[in-house]
Ligand binder design. Structure first.
Ligand code: PGA
Length: 249
């Protein structure tokens, strides 16, 4: 089912007490909404966040996960570990994971499979870099990321997939894709899914936009018909800003 979602990706920000503070503020500031609201603190603060939000409708999600169920993977976290503390959704393939930690489509395909096998929900991030857009290759890049990272997934599993289009040039730069650029790409993503699967699958998948979404531009971006919400970085760390973005959906 196509849903509205606003998810905050906290990245490597906020220690334990800062996490608790921000969550307390969010609980009082986030307006009532039919959209799903998610926050993603760092791994070490997930368990506490789940406890703190036990009576709230805000969902706690993870920023990453390993593909193996367990074993000799020093420093990594498995789906089972996440689920054992109440996490049922994981962000995969963020551009920072791709750029700084060498995650490519083949690895992400394994992570997607591992999450789905564990019956977790996946928010798969993808998007072109500045040079791709300048060279007019942005559609090709996005199509190939989807084909190589996701399109092996059986149609029956697509209810567990959320997409996040995040043009790399717009992440943390203050530079936002225009609402028209976001809409154009989101429509292209649906066409690509319809061609690989069918129209139904394309129409029910939730596609988030990410990249410098702020209270000042959220309304316009979210008003586009194929934009179903946002993955928010910097503005998710400020309770008033995140609450205003949730209000915009
Ligand atoms: P930003 O980050 O909102 O700070 O641009 C978005 C993201 O990386 O998901």
């Amino acid at each position: 089912m196509r849903k509205k979602i606003v998810a905050g990706n906290w990245k490597m920000n906020k220690n334990s007490s800062e996490t608790a503070d921000l969550l307390t503020q969010l609980m009082s500031k986030i307006p009532d909404t039919t959209a799903e609201v998610m926050v993603s603190p760092t791994f070490v603060n997930l368990a506490e966040a789940v406890k703190q939000l036990a009576d709230s409708s805000i969902e706690v999600v993870a920023q990453n996960m390993h593909f193996a169920e367990k074993g000799a993977y020093t420093g990594e976290i498995s789906s089972n570990m996440l689920q054992s503390i109440g996490i049922e959704t994981v962000i995969l393939g963020h551009s920072e994971r791709r750029a700084y930690f060498g995650e490519d489509d083949a690895l992400l395909a394994k992570k997607v499979d591992a999450a789905l096998k564990a019956n977790m929900r996946v928010i798969l991030c993808f998007g072109e870099e500045l040079q791709d857009r300048k060279g007019g290759d942005h559609f090709k890049v996005v199509e190939s990321q989807l084909k190589n990272g996701l399109f092996h997934v059986d149609k029956s599993q697509w209810g567990k997939i959320v997409l996040a289009y995040e043009p790399v040039w717009a992440i943390g730069t203050g530079e936002t894709a225009s609402p028209e650029q976001a809409q154009e790409m989101h429509a292209f993503i649906r066409e690509t899914i319809a061609a690989a699967y069918d129209q139904d699958t394309a129409q029910i998948v939730t596609i988030l936009y990410g990249g410098s979404v702020k209270p000042a531009n959220a309304n316009e971006i979210f008003s586009k018909p194929d934009v179903d919400g946002g993955l928010i970085g910097g503005a998710a760390l400020v309770a008033d800003d995140f609450a205003a973005i949730v209000a915009a959906i």
